[in-house]
Ligand binder design. Sequence first.
Ligand code: XLS
Ligand code: NI
Ligand code: NI
Length: 440
Amino acid sequence: MASEHFALVRRLEYAGPASKEPLSFRHYNPAKLIDGRTMRDHLRFAACYWHTMRNGLADPFGAPTAQMPWDDGSNSLDNAKRRADAFFEFLVKCQIDRWCFHDRDLAPEGSTIRESERNLDALVTHAMALQQSTGVTLLWGTANLFSHPRYMHGAATGPGLDSFLHAAAQVRKALEVTTTLGGTGYVFWGGREGYTTLLNTDLKREREQLARFLHLAAEHAKSIGFAGRLFIEPKPHEPTTHQYDSDAESTLNFLREFGLLGTFQLNIETNHATLAGHSMAHELAVASAANALGSVDANMGTPGLGWDTDRFPTDVYLTTEIMLAILAQGGLTHGGLNFDAKRRRESFEAVDLFHAHAAGMDAFALGLEAATRIRADGRLNDFVRERYASWSTDLGARILAGKVSLSECASEAERRGEVGLHSGRQEMLEAIVNDLILRQ
Ligand code: XLS
Ligand code: NI
Ligand code: NI
């Protein structure tokens, strides 16, 4: 790291809840022990290269606004390396231990596959050195199979063979460099793996193509000794009209249909959950129930605005729900909380990168503490356990084990007569959650 790119910012430190210093953590106290693990370990934060370093904050109606003095706007390898230097300086100063990237964020695409691979190799060597000198590690890598015009009709799901073949070349290389960098995960987000109109689309065939592609990628990952996990990131649409892995349930069904369950886990993103018409808590519960909650893209949308606005996750109710789901399954082993989030177009100064990530980190620290209080308090768990208590009886267990017929159930219903009714107490439970979020 030759020169400092964020010379005016010192490393953000935990300053406590009373602090009014914006460039500090009021709640994220990395070393604090919670149930025997540090906050740092529980939260496994990562920052993403695409929004942090490559997003100029343009929107469909306006030009980029972000100030990035380290970036000369060129496609040179020197510029790409300088960007990586700035990124790792940012990570260290923000106390973020992990990162995520797409092949094309990190290194410029060349005019041939060979040249693109050479460019990527140069940046991977550079990033390796940065990882070693900073202690930052790679959470996951991925390939950008959606920006280049060759993928306009889809990558693996494109109608022509060429896009499939080119995507194979890109994914092979991205898997290899992710392995070199020691990534604990590799993500497939099928940005164009869907359709714009069914009038020109063979949906059945496209789903089969996607499944074959994922099989090939998984086989290659195994053959090169990739020690991480493979994740699929569901999203219902945008940029396509419909994306085949549209939400957690449809993705799990896809994986089951094509014999891929167990090979892939899910990377669940808040804004994708809400675009799909679900809550984040719902998507996490579905993934976790299938033992497939692998990682989280930690952002949030803007209610009522139908875009993937990728805001920083500053809503403490949301972060509490996310941490409840993660704690309930004993944590994330290979995944983490990746801020797949961008600053608003109006937050264009470089220092806003720090404000934005710190806001997300503090919100997750609050969410972790609140979720821990909710679990320790026990009233929610007790209520749920009590609600299903009749299933813990001998009859309940025998029904679930398949030892009781429908007619036997019917006779038992007659014998018992009309049942007592019990309230769901939703409002009471919501009030308990509020109390426990606010009581620090
Ligand atoms: C886009 C996705 C993307 C993936 C990585 O909506 O969230 O950023 O996380 O390709
Ligand atoms: Ni994402
Ligand atoms: Ni997204």
